[in-house]
Write a protein that binds this ligand. Sequence first.
Ligand code: FAD
Length: 429
Amino acid sequence: MINIFWFRRDLRLEDNTALEEALSSGMPVLPLFIFDSNITEELSHNDARVSFIYDTLSSIDKELKKWGSSLLVKKGEPQKIWQDLITTFEINSVFINKDYEPYALLRDSLIENLLSKNNISLKKYKDQVIFEEKEILKSDNSPYTVFTPYKNRWLQKPAEKLPLKARDSSVSRKNIYECNFEFPLIEMAGFKHSSMKVRPYDLSAINDYEKFRDLPFADKTSYLSPHLRFGTVSIRKVVTMASNINQTFLNELIWREFFMQILYNYPDVVTGNFRSKYDGINWINSESGFERWCNGETGYPLVDAGMRQLNATGYMHNRVRMVTAGFLCKHLLIDWRWGEAYFAEKLLDYELSSNNGNWQWAAGTGCDAAPYFRIFNPHSQQKRFDPKNEYVRKWVDDFNMSSYPKPIIEHEYARQRAISVYKQGILKH
Ligand code: FAD
């Protein structure tokens, strides 16, 4: 009889809660990964995130082989795969780290039913956040919808129960299931290798985080986001470092958890405005305007640099994400859901909770959002955050050349129009 540990968005062997629990359970642990076809079918064949997942799994498999084990990799519809696994192996329990996205919650509850019908228990652990679900609530037991009080509560709580101690995985390695599965080619999952790469994270500059975090040309942020997304680093390790070194940086990690608990407690945000008073906004939704925005051809250099960086690398600096997102919603009056979907397709760090939360923030429709009448002037943002045009020049080859597009819309006109359209939308509600 064996236990199975199912890797999902926790792609590491160190300080992995459910894996450690499985290895301490006393039964041999078989490590498993499934390329979930419900997710992969939506992606292009050279999606860089799948390449990253694949390369990470390959390293994990190599390490497991040193332990005398290997990774079982499957592709397909998870329920069907689990049905097959149940008939192939004699399974006692399945160990997973929790995933809080609506699709994952549904999938896991279906698998839990299937397992339980076969007398197999599903053991679920918190791993990708410090505080999950409803662990941080207001005194009336409702979720926080404003960041600062959430953050204050989050910061008070650690003294009581912050689970920061990294686990020592070497202790229980001997409980791994001995096997030698062949590690598949990426083509088995229906993909090709991508030339776009996830950068390693770098925490060496976070001492001075607040000095440069808003300066895209400095390019000194941590690049942690895809690693937190896919669990190639432990959040406990990162929070421990951040707590000792830089409070502003820690706040950003708390924003991540804030949006995760918003998504968990208010899953309707996936398709709808957090604040329904904005449901009446009459978006213009111009296809050609959207295309120019996607291609980085709006004639606003900071917006275009951001979109071109995104298209070329799968990254975009946070300040520039704020400017490009605000520009789409307010200057072009295009529904935030269009921009959110485009970012979801392109960002290497795409994370439903953070993407949705930040898009709704930029559109003014979110929980703790920028007020609708606060409209960034992309030129002033450029002067302030890229005063020597270093970032812009890096991404916009034709900056200041005659070939560079004229502004798609005049700023002051767009600002007035946005305020008036938002106002009318609110009145309609
Ligand atoms: P750093 O500045 O080094 O920050 C460290 C970590 O803190 C990040 O890795 C991230 O986990 C967290 N963090 C920082 N800023 C935010 C924030 N505003 N909201 C939530 N968490 C934050 N982040 C994603 O991880 N996935 C997304 O899909 C995503 N979409 C976004 C869409 C828009 C419109 C905007 C404005 C922001 C979005 N962000 C998203 C947040 C932020 O831009 C990225 O987390 C950050 O740029 C990643 O780079 P970094 O790891 O170097 O960040």
